[in-house]
Design a protein around this ligand. Structure first.
Ligand code: CP3
Length: 345
C-alpha cells in the first residue's frame, strides 16, 4: 500500500528513510478547534459520530481537506475498546469521558468481556470508507489506547489528575490490575489487527497517562503489555508509533518493545532522545502545543528551531508533544502546517 500513495512522506520517515522535509500531522487534528467539527458535533453525540462510519469519515477528512496534513488519523477514541468490553461509557460536555460502572473488584474484572471484537466492527467499516475518500493520497493512522491508560479510566471511572485509585490498585492488588491489563491487551491486539486488515497504513498506541508511573511500575504495568501488543501485531509494512506522555523519561524502555517510531513529549530535547535510541527507531514530536496560541512569528521560529536541531536526521515526523487544545486558533494551526510544508532540508 505505501508504495502506491501519492504522499508517503510520513511512512518514509517512520521507516527512518530520507525525506525532503519532515512530514506533519497533529494529535487531535480532527477536533474541536475547527468550526466545521462543531457543525457536525452539534447534530450528533460524540459516540454516534464514532459509530457511524460516514460521519467518522467526514470528521477524519476535515483536517485533510482544510489543513493539508501528511497523515490522516481515524476519528474514534481510545476508550471504545473498554466500551466494547462492557464499560458503560458516556462523554459529557465539559466533563469528558465517564464509565458509570467502574472496574474496581475481582467480580468487576470477571465481567469484562474479551470476546467483543464484533462490537467494534463499525471501526473497520469507518476505515474502509475513509480509505475510499483518501483515494491513496496520504496514509491513514489507526490507533488504540494502551492497557495502562485504559485501566486508569476503567478504575477511576473518569479522567483523573492523580490516578489515586488506580495506583492504590497497583500497590494493594497488583494481581487484579494484571488481570484487567491482560484482558485489555488481548482485546487491543485483536482490535489493532482488525484495523490493519481493514486497511490502515500505520498504527499509534496511546499510553497517554503512563507518566504517572514510577520507573518500576512503568515496566510492570505499562511497558510489559505494550511490548506484548506490539509483538502480536500483523505488522507487514505497517509502522507502529508508540506514544506516551513521559516518553522523555521512558523512551529507552519503550524502544525495547520494538516500535518503529517513538512519539516524544516537549520536555525532552528531541535530538538527544533520537541519538540515544537504536538507529532504526524514528521519533515524532515534539512542539509544545501551547506554542500554537502564540504570535505567528513565534510559531515559525519555534518550528524552525526544532528543524535546525533535527537537520540531517532521517526518521523524524513533526507533531506536537500532545494534542491540540480545543481553543487554539484554527489559523495558527494552519499557519504551522504551512511553515512545515515550505521547509526543505
Ligand atoms: O487525534 C484525532 O483527532 C483523532 C481522534 C481522537 C480522539 N481521541 C477524538 C476525541 C484520538 C486519537 C483520541 C485519543 C484519546 N482519547 C486519548 C489519547 C490521546 C491523548 O490526548 O492523550 C485519550 C486520553 C482519550 C480520552 C478522551 N476522549 C478524553 C480525555 C476526552 C475528553 C476530554 C478532552 O478535552 O480531550 C475525549 C473526547 C474526545 N476524543 C473528543 C475528541 C474529538 C472530544 C469530544 C467532544 O467533541 O466533546
Amino acid at each position: 500500500m505505501k508504495d502506491t500513495l501519492q504522499n508517503d512522506l510520513l511512512l518514509r520517515a517512520a521507516w527512518s528513510q530520507q525525506t525532503e522535509r519532515p512530514p506533519v500531522w497533529m494529535m487531535r487534528q480532527a477536533g474541536r478547534f475547527m468550526k466545521e467539527y462543531w457543525e457536525i458535533k452539534n447534530k450528533y453525540s460524540f459516540l454516534e459520530m464514532c459509530k457511524t462510519p460516514e460521519i467518522a469519515a467526514d470528521v477524519t477528512m476535515l483536517p485533510v481537506d482544510l489543513l493539508g496534513i501528511d497523515g490522516a488519523i481515524l476519528f474514534s477514541d481510545i476508550l471504545v475498546t473498554a466500551e466494547a468490553m462492557g464499560g458503560d461509557l458516556s462523554f459529557e460536555q465539559g466533563v469528558g469521558p465517564r464509565f458509570a460502572n467502574p472496574v474496581r473488584t475481582v467480580a468487576d474484572m470477571e465481567r469484562l468481556s474479551v470476546d467483543c471484537i464484533d462490537r467494534l466492527q463499525y471501526v473497520a467499516d469507518a476505515i474502509k470508507v475513509i480509505q475510499q475518500r483518501l483515494d491513496k493520497s496520504i496514509p491513514l493512522i489507526g490507533f488504540a489506547g494502551a492497557p495502562f491508560t485504559i485501566l486508569s479510566y476503567l478504575v477511576e471511572g473518569a479522567s483523573s489528575k492523580d490516578f489515586k485509585r488506580t495506583k492504590l490498585m497497583l500497590n494493594n492488588e497488583p494481581e487484579l490490575a494484571h488481570a484487567i491489563l491482560q484482558k485489555v491487551a488481548d482485546v487491543t491486539v485483536e482490535y489493532l489487527n482488525m484495523q490493519i486488515a481493514a486497511g490502515v497504513n500505520a498504527i499509534q498506541l496511546f499510553d497517554s497517562w503512563a507518566l504517572a508511573l514510577s520507573w518500576n511500575d512503568y515496566h510492570e504495568f505499562s511497558h510489559h503489555y505494550n511490548k506484548y501488543i506490539i509483538s502480536k501485531l500483523n505488522r507487514q509494512d505497517i509502522p507502529v508509533i508508540s506514544f506516551c506522555k513521559g516518553s522523555s523519561v521512558f523512551a529507552p524502555v519503550m524502544a525495547e518493545a520494538k516500535p518503529d517510531v517513538i512519539s516524544v513529549d516537549w520536555n525532552a530535547d528531541l535530538l538527544n532522545i533520537k541519538q540515544a535510541l537504536p538507529a532504526n527507531i524514528a521519533v515524532q514530536g515534539n512542539l509544545d502545543p501551547f506554542v500554537l496560541y502564540a504570535d505567528k512569528k513565534v510559531i515559525r521560529e519555534k518550528i524552525l528551531q526544532l528543524f535546525e536541531r533535527m537537520r540531517g536526521v532521517d526518521g523524524f515526523i513533526f507533531n506536537l508533544g500532545h494534542g491540540i487544545m480545543p481553543d487554539i486558533p484554527f489559523d495558527n494551526v494552519k499557519y504551522a502546517i504551512e511553515v512545515v510544508k515550505e521547509f526543505r532540508y
